[in-house]
Design a protein around this ligand. Structure first.
Ligand SMILES: *[C@@H]1O[C@H](CO)[C@@H](O)[C@H](O)[C@H]1NC(C)=O
Ligand SMILES: *[C@@H]1O[C@H](CO)[C@@H](O)[C@H](O)[C@H]1NC(C)=O
Length: 335
């Protein structure tokens, strides 16, 4: 059980949130939150979730989608991050780093392909917040981002890297690991969970939300402020980037050779996007139940990952993203 977060192994199993895998849906230069309507978007994304994902997304995504790569079959949301690349220190060419599922996969979710793990927690990992402050589910059309590709110093709290060595996740760091990680690079993206109660989006896709957590990890959420009084689910992504086949190409003592798809050579630019798409009131039903944790809950249906893996969308940006590339997709400069 060493893979479980440390906090979890220390506490009694109280039920307080959802955790489930989503397989990779697509890897494309599209961003319906930050660059709606733009084909292609500026940089490459790794996207999971429902098949309503598109260059522009308005209205009720959950009503429109017909399949999802997530284990929770009523969750047609989309979740995405930038893509990690290896930049060869010798010849400067780039290779996409593949994703592997976060271990362990609980609740019969084996068979996930690539993808990431999504959490919807209520307060922290160990406590049921229902009795403290009700959790209001997101509404159709809701979207948000966390972090910024242009960040050049310590990023938003909850955006971290861990260097996987065997079964050990290692310390949470705000920048890329400085040495090869035999088990890959583990990234975490915690979103803010306090909503202004009015706006489904905002010009910077962030100011309609507010973060009250001051430490990394699944920690207690202090009360929401008057400007953003509504407590929403705490959304978190965990992603494993399988760097193993590149580690031997990282010369001892050389600087970190991994870059984000926006030519992000520092790790501070790590960021993530969320597009709400649960069907009907399914997320609210999950958040209203104390028994919802890890294994799904009552009326919230799960699907086998073999079914989830069949959900696909067409590639709307025909460009090469695999193999050794002389430049990152969309990036013309070879720094
Ligand atoms: C994406 O948007 C285009 C243009 O609005 C539309 O024709 C297409 O059907 C959409 N695809 C999906 C999968 O929703
Ligand atoms: C660059 O280096 C990689 C890793 O050694 C190699 O596979 C690739 O073919 C090289 N590309 C060029 C253009 O030399």
């Amino acid at each position: 059980m060493k893979w479980l977060p440390t906090a979890l192994s220390l506490i009694a199993p109280v039920q307080a949130g959802l955790r489930f895998p989503c397989s990779t849906l697509t890897i494309q230069r599209l961003d319906p939150v930050v660059e709606p309507g733009k084909i292609p978007s500026t940089h490459l994304h790794h996207i999971v979730g429902g098949n309503a994902f598109n260059v522009t997304m308005e209205g009720d995504v959950g009503a429109r989608a017909t399949c999802t790569t997530c284990q929770m079959s009523e969750d047609f949301s989309n979740y995405w991050t930038a893509v990690l690349f290896f930049k060869d220190p010798v010849n400067g060419t780039y290779h996409r780093v593949p994703n592997v599922p976060v271990q362990p996969l609980l609740g019969g979710s084996n068979g996930a392909q690539g993808g990431l793990t999504v959490y919807y927690t209520q307060f922290d990992l160990s406590r049921d917040n229902i009795k403290q402050q009700p959790i209001k589910a997101f509404q159709p059309g809701f979207r948000m981002t966390v972090g910024s590709p242009t960040a050049s110093s310590k990023p938003h709290v909850g955006l971290t890297y861990q260097c996987l060595q065997g079964m050990n996740r290692g310390a949470e760091m705000s920048d890329f690991p400085t040495k090869p990680c035999s088990g890959g690079i583990f990234t975490t993206h915690h979103f803010p969970a306090c909503w202004d109660g009015k706006n489904l989006d905002s010009p910077d896709h962030q100011s309609h939300m507010y973060n009250t957590i001051t430490m990394n990890g699944f920690t207690n959420a202090p009360a929401c402020p008057a400007t953003h009084p509504v407590r929403m689910p705490q959304v978190t992504f965990e992603t494993v980037w399988d760097t193993s086949k590149f580690n031997s190409l990282w010369p001892s003592g050389a600087p970190n050779p991994f870059v984000w798809s926006f030519e992000g050579t520092s790790g501070f630019g790590t960021h993530a996007d969320y597009m709400f798409g649960w069907k009907g009131d399914s997320l609210q039903r999950a958040m209203d139940k104390s028994e919802c944790f890890y294994d799904g809950c009552g009326s919230i249906t799960k699907q086998p990952m073999s079914t989830a893996n069949k959900c696909t969308i067409k590639n709307m940006v025909s460009e090469q993203t695999d193999g050794w590339l002389t430049a990152l997709p969309g990036m013309t400069n070879m720094k």
